[in-house]
Design a binder for this molecule. Sequence first.
Ligand SMILES: *[C@@H]1O[C@H](CO)[C@@H](O)[C@H](O)[C@H]1NC(C)=O
Ligand SMILES: *[C@@H]1O[C@H](CO)[C@@H](O)[C@H](O)[C@H]1NC(C)=O
Length: 292
Amino acid sequence: MAAVVALLLLVAAAGGARAAAPRKPVDVPFQKNYVPTWAEDHIRYVDGGREVQLVLDKTTGTGFQTRGSYLFGHFSMHMKLVAGDSAGTVTAFYLSSQNSEHDEIDFEFLGNRTGQPYILQTNVFTGGKGDREQRIYLWFDPTKEYHSYSVLWNLYMIAFFVDDVPIRVFRNSTAELGVRYPFSQPMKLYSSLWNADDWATRGGREKTDWSRAPFVASYRGFHVDGCEASAEARYCATQGARWWDQQEFRDLDAAQYRKLRWVRDGYTIYNYCTDRDRYQAMPPECKRDRDV
Ligand SMILES: *[C@@H]1O[C@H](CO)[C@@H](O)[C@H](O)[C@H]1NC(C)=O
Ligand SMILES: *[C@@H]1O[C@H](CO)[C@@H](O)[C@H](O)[C@H]1NC(C)=O
């Protein structure tokens, strides 16, 4: 019996570094961390800003952004996406440094006809280079309830989570593979809702049905826990000292990798790493992706 227990412990320990789930976000009102970016009159505030709704109609979409810029941290949003016929609409939640050689970490939700599944597309840009799309279906209807979408970003990895399920990791492979990694350009968070019926749904074949407008996406949470830096800063003043820098957040743990595998096997519909028509040679960072 003791031997069996010891063996199980050994197997568990060999499964990977002991990692921890990111700290539980604290919900705050919109105004604490965010301001409107464009079309302010298409943003509705509910409950003193604890809930915010973005409204898309034929005249315009809208968006908001953080007040501050951040180098590393943990960022999450509770979102309830456009319900019913959302074909042609895109709702995005992303970090970006917005400069010429920009870094960017994206969640993009591509709407669909009533009852048809949304696609969640993610991407990572480093030094202005993107083209790293992955697309999944979700295992729930994202228009029914709020779900959390979050990013943990430190010097070691960028992990994308849907609720507590990691759906993607982009590891820092600068040392081994020479792939650029976002580490020196502060980013703001952005969210927007707009019409993209030239590409969003079934490759642009399904158009936005304006008779269903206005389209509404709802937000809560507005959690930001990052190292705030001026937009020109090259490093975070507290680098290495914050909770997300610590050993247990430098990689996913075995249980998290199992969840990631579950997403890969059951919900992935596109992965640039396996797109042979587009990339004859597999992009270098995918080699690390593959050992997952
Ligand atoms: C991560 O990336 C930065 C910049 O690309 C590099 O200087 C650093 O050594 C990398 N760290 C690890 C753990 O690979
Ligand atoms: C929309 O639904 C169709 C049919 O089920 C599906 O092929 C497509 O992937 C869905 N999502 C988008 C964004 O087109």
